[in-house]
Design a protein around this ligand. Structure first.
Ligand SMILES: Nc1ncnc2c1ncn2[C@@H]1O[C@H](COP(=O)(O)OP(=O)(O)O)[C@@H](O)[C@H]1O
Ligand SMILES: [Mg+2]
Length: 264
């Protein structure tokens, strides 16, 4: 009997089973001995190319830790993180723009780091600024822009990074978003959620979006994955279709259960 084991389906990045991201029994423990904190335990999660997935959970459950592992900013203690896209780009709660650069130059920065010429990156930055509805605002510096506008610049920069990683024909990018709208007022947040959906539809980028807000998760995602706390592990998963109100009630109920069982 032969004992050749082929693992083609999960690693094939071009076939119909191509994955943007595959997390296999991923765990993360900070520190050692008595001070060890297990932030994540046996996370299994697959994200399809172009999918919009929201990772939902109470604060401290390991959402940022998980995004850091996907971004390669930190290493998993156990399991494997397999990326089927180009190096992902990150967007945080704070826009983290360079204050001495104009909006345009902030967007150009990842293109410059990728070695693009001046003219090419300028054109691309203008395109992206238009995509996030900041046409004509490129010469302003961050302090001249509102919080919502600054987050639009950050989104344009993340898109620049997601699409500059390689040459043409390279793997598409992925956006990792860590509660990017949490610091905005409700009205601005609502507008930017709409904008993000529009940009996602226009670019086909894979999005892994972290939030603690059930309503935000349901509005944005095609699929919502719920994490429990300490250690964070997947305890629920929903496809978002019609019936958003029922889904909101169901997910909120499950989230409450998870939080209270943890506190007990
Ligand atoms: N660098 C670190 N060292 C030690 N513990 C950490 C570190 N980063 C995160 N943690 C712990 O891991 C858990 C998950 O944190 P985090 O991923 O930031 O949660 P979330 O983003 O869901 O609020 C928390 O208990 C936190 O204190
Ligand atoms: Mg966090």
């Amino acid at each position: 009997m032969t004992s050749i084991v082929e693992r083609t389906d999960r690693t094939d990045r071009t076939g119909p089973s191509a994955m943007a991201l595959d997390l296999r029994s991923v765990g993360k423990t900070f520190g050692t001995g008595q001070n060890a904190v297990t932030a994540l335990r046996s996370i299994d999660l697959r994200v399809g190319p172009g999918e919009f997935l929201c990772l939902l959970g109470a604060s401290g459950c390991g959402k940022s830790t998980l995004l850091n592992l996907v971004a390669g900013l930190d290493g998993a203690t156990t399991g494997e993180v397999v990326l089927g896209t180009a190096r992902p780009s990150f967007m945080f709660q704070e826009p983290a723009l360079l204050p001495w650069l104009t909006a345009r130059r902030n967007v150009e920065l990842p293109l410059r780091l990728a070695g693009q010429g001046r003219r090419q990156r300028r054109e691309r930055a203008e395109e992206l600024l238009a995509l996030v509805r900041l046409e004509g605002q490129g010469d302003k510096r961050p302090h001249e822009l509102s919080g919502g506008m600054r987050q639009r610049v950050a989104l344009a920069r993340a898109l620049a990074a997601a699409t500059s990683a390689g040459t043409e024909g390279d793997l598409p990018g992925m956006l990792l978003m860590d509660e990017p709208f949490a610091a905005l007022d409700a009205i601005t947040r609502d507008v930017l959620q709409g904008e993000l959906l529009r940009v996602w539809q226009a670019t086909g980028t894979t999005v892994l979006f972290v939030t603690h807000d059930v309503r935000e998760a349901i509005r944005l995602a095609q699929r919502v994955v719920l994490l429990s706390s300490r250690p964070g592990t997947v305890v629920g998963e929903w496809r978002v279709g019609g019936g958003r109100e029922e889904l909101h009630t169901e997910i909120t109920g499950r989230l409450r259960q998870v939080i209270t069982s943890h506190a007990a």
